[in-house]
Design a binder for this molecule. Structure first.
Ligand SMILES: Cc1cc2nc3c(=O)[nH]c(=O)nc-3n(C[C@H](O)[C@H](O)[C@H](O)COP(=O)(O)OP(=O)(O)OC[C@H]3O[C@@H](n4cnc5c(N)ncnc54)[C@H](O)[C@@H]3O)c2cc1C
Length: 363
């Protein structure tokens, strides 16, 4: 471990505020994670200088913004957590440009208030603007890859800073070439929006129904934002410090995509275990997407599993969220995640993969 004084010395000229032994549980929405040195970067210049200085010295770093998609070990992080605290947001006639650390929901709200349509289905998602390309954030039928115009990156290998087009980022379902990679830091993002204020087409049945609209039609962005926030809150998917169902990383598992050749086998395993039921599936690029929440529930893990006394439980509102009831450790959450993953695999032959990024722990 590099002594704190050496780290502070190394980062003096970067403009970062350097803090010793910060409990990372204070910086993550799961509220777990042991101590680490944290360098808070409030400007893009400071962020770039800090990452460059640490990379040049060969010191491991962890980028962290809202901490809403991270499960960090109880041992903390041996290196420097670079906290992205930049904030600037600029709204134009048909676009928004945000620095990486800008609060995502505030960005969405500002665009809707300015009469711009496009981002409203992504209302209420915690975290930062700069993290949205990392896992191609999506909800209610919209993913950021379709709205991003460009992303400003610091390439950590070459040190170069440049704007890149979305098609250079290898987007997929809840992934991109930036996820699980040390390749680049997102410094800014730019989204193209509808100046007429219409929402993106309503592709998600539950949302269309809530708005009394036909699937594929649009509505004013402000109406859609309100409906999305209501739906998300009913599932514990909007952060609320008083509600432990929201002490989570959102959906803990991605919806599994099963190759066409295996689909009948999976359907047969499901029919064997739960009777002849209609299994909800959705078309996907390389196969058929099953609902992870449905599989978890049918595998015997009900909302609130394993019960009120457990420090880590499934949310009582949504089977797909693993939650901290106040005193959970990362080890408790990993234990619960393994139990759920293995239960689903045993019954249905499908292996669920975690959506959050794990640091110092593995499933
Ligand atoms: C209640 C709740 C609901 C959620 N709902 C959704 C949802 O509907 N859809 C969805 O897609 N996600 C959802 N999430 C997950 C999460 O909010 C998103 O993934 C969000 O984009 C993470 O942003 P963050 O700033 O908190 O990232 P962090 O958790 O701080 O970081 C996540 C990962 O991105 C990396 N990273 C962060 N910033 C940068 C950067 N500037 N450059 C490069 N790498 C970076 C980090 O190193 C880390 O690996 C939800 C989470 C919660 C808690």
């Amino acid at each position: 471990m590099v002594p704190f004084d050496e780290l502070r010395e190394l980062l003096t000229a970067t403009g970062a505020r350097v803090r010793n032994s910060v409990p990372l549980a204070e910086l993550t929405t799961l509220r777990v994670g042991g101590p680490a040195t944290v360098a808070d970067c409030a400007s893009t210049e400071s962020l770039v200088a800090t990452v460059r200085a640490l990379d040049a010295a060969g010191i491991p770093l962890l980028l962290l913004a809202g901490g809403s998609n991270l499960l960090i070990s109880d041992a903390g992080f041996d290196g420097v957590v670079v906290r992205i605290a930049t904030e600037r947001v600029e709204i134009g006639a048909d676009r928004v440009v945000a620095e990486a650390g800008a609060d995502w929901d505030a960005v969405v709200a500002a665009t809707v208030d300015a009469g711009l349509g496009g981002l409203e289905c992504l209302s209420g998602i915690p975290g930062s603007a700069g993290a949205t390309p990392v896992q191609n954030v999506g909800a209610y039928g919209v993913e950021v890859e379709h709205l991003l115009r460009r992303v400003r990156l610091l390439d950590r290998a070459s040190g170069e800073i440049r704007w890149v087009a979305p098609d250079e980022l290898g987007f997929g379902y809840r992934t991109s070439m930036l996820k699980h990679s040390d390749r680049a830091v997102v410094l800014e993002v730019e989204f193209g929006l509808d100046p007429g204020g219409a929402s993106a087409p309503l592709r998600y049945r539950e949302l269309a129904n809530a708005l009394d609209a036909a699937e594929g039609t649009t509505r004013p962005a402000a109406q859609v934002r309100e409906a999305v926030l209501r739906l998300r809150a009913s599932k514990g998917m909007v952060l609320d410090p008083a509600d432990h169902d929201t002490w989570s990383a959102g959906s803990f598992f991605t919806n599994p995509v099963v190759p066409e050749a295996r689909v009948e086998q999976v359907r047969a395993a499901i029919a064997d275990h739960v009777g002849d039921v209609t299994v909800p599936t959705y078309p996907a690029v390389d196969g058929v997407k099953f609902s992870a929440g449905w599989l978890i529930e049918r595998a015997g893990f009900a909302k609130g599993f394993p019960g009120p006394d457990a420090p880590a439980r499934l949310s009582t509102k949504h089977t797909l969220a693993l939650t901290n009831r106040g005193a959970a450790t990362a080890a408790d959450l990993i234990g619960l995640a393994r139990e759920v993953r293995d239960g689903v695999a045993e019954r249905f032959g499908i292996r669920l993969e975690p959506e959050p990024v794990t640091v110092g722990v593995a499933l």
